[in-house]
Write a new protein. Structure first.
Length: 190
């Protein structure tokens, strides 16, 4: 009975985690003509020094039924993705996410400074002019995902022997010395 409750609890926790992670996406969706364009980071939270990419998902705008659909083919060759930060900008290369991911594109980038980056997507999708400017989720420093923090006293002393280690070594030395004394005593008596 306890095993069944434990399994059920674990299953519920996994389902809740999946639902919460799905709703925590920091992507921004804008509409340009008949298209919904979703922009964000591939890996969230984005962290400095870790390879990432700007993701651009393109679907047709929601229909009267409320559902968006992914167009079978969209010519993105006239779209330009520019990332800006602190007065600097860089044009990124937009490429399909994969062969089986229609309407999903990525522009690889390695963020080097924490903070808010601005993403501009401009150009044309078919006959539709696109001019989108968003600030996806803020890029974090490595301390947001780093564990344990290398600056903590515990992490710094991990290479040093603690009191318990020294007591263990002393116990081994005294134990070996006692064994040697006992063996010598047996040898003399025999």
């Amino acid at each position: 009975m306890i095993f069944k409750k434990t399994v059920a609890s674990c299953l519920l926790a996994v389902i809740l985690a999946a639902v919460c992670l799905g709703t925590a996406s920091a992507h921004t969706t804008v509409t340009a003509g008949p298209y919904d364009i979703e922009i964000g980071w591939v890996n969230e939270p984005p962290v400095i020094g870790q390879m990432n990419a700007i993701v651009v998902n393109i679907s047709t705008a929601s229909t009267t039924s409320g559902e968006a659909s992914t167009p079978s083919s969209v010519d993105t060759s006239n779209l330009v993705v520019t990332v800006s930060y602190g007065g600097q900008s860089k044009i990124l290369t937009l490429q399909p996410l994969g062969e089986d991911t229609t309407g999903q594109y990525v522009a690889p980038i390695l963020p080097t400074i924490p903070g808010k980056y601005t993403v501009d997507v401009t150009g044309k999708l078919a006959d539709t002019d696109v001019k989108v400017k968003v600030q996806p989720e803020e890029v974090q420093g490595t301390d947001s995902v780093q564990f344990p923090n290398p600056g903590t006293p515990q992490a710094q002393s991990s290479g040093n022997l603690g009191l318990a280690s020294w007591l263990g070594i002393a116990g081994l030395v005294f134990g070996l010395a006692g064994l040697v004394v006992a063996l010598l005593a047996l040898r003399k008596s025999g």
